[in-house]
Design a protein around this ligand. Structure first.
Ligand code: GDP
Ligand code: MG
Length: 160
């Protein structure tokens, strides 16, 4: 069986833990429980008939340079960089964060994901897209579940 390490990163409160919970247990919680340290979950998916075990690392805190020990990132085949569509503060450092990630993980697949899609209208999303400094890969809602499964399946497909 193939196994792949995926890390989730991004500012506090963007919905990293919620995306994991939605993907792994198909549930959502309105309460905000701060993640302490790192939580690792495992879920297998099937890609073209092959079982791929995804080891999902939910990291507390921001990657922004030195705040997270680089050892957390070691061996990650995939990175999901999450921002909150409803809070511009959560994507103000996106370009430098991605440059940093690229420097420590040059060979991993990086996915840029805007979460909390349920809080914005289609118009608001289009406007944001034109102003956004880079192209995002997916927009999700951990609350409704929209695009969450697809996100991880696409990532798994690209990693193998
Ligand atoms: P983390 O700090 O990145 O792990 O963020 P959490 O997963 O703990 O989520 C922070 C808060 O945002 C919690 O109150 C969640 O219920 C809420 N939240 C997470 N994802 C969504 C979403 O897609 N839509 C909405 N409306 N709220 C969300
Ligand atoms: Mg968390």
């Amino acid at each position: 069986m193939i196994s792949k390490k995926i890390i989730l990163t991004g500012s506090f409160g963007v919905g990293k833990t919620s995306l994991f919970n939605r993907f792994i247990e198909n549930k959502f919680d309105e309460k905000y429980m701060t993640t302490i340290g790192v939580k690792v979950n495992k879920k297998s998916v099937f890609i073209e008939g092959n079982e791929v075990a995804l080891l999902l690392w939910d990291i507390a805190g921001e990657i922004s340079q030195d705040k997270v020990p680089t050892s957390y990132f070691l061996g990650a085949a995939g990175v999901v960089y999450v921002f909150d569509l409803s809070r511009p503060l959560t994507f103000q450092n996106i370009v430098s964060d991605l440059t940093y990630l690229k420097s420590i993980l040059p060979y991993s697949v990086v996915r840029v994901v805007g979460n909390k899609k349920d809080l914005l209208t289609e118009d608001q999303i289009s406007r944001l897209e034109t102003e956004f400094p880079i192209k995002w890969h997916a927009l999700t809602s951990a609350k409704t579940g929209e695009n969450v499964e697809d996100l991880f399946l696409n990532l798994a497909t690209e990693m193998i």
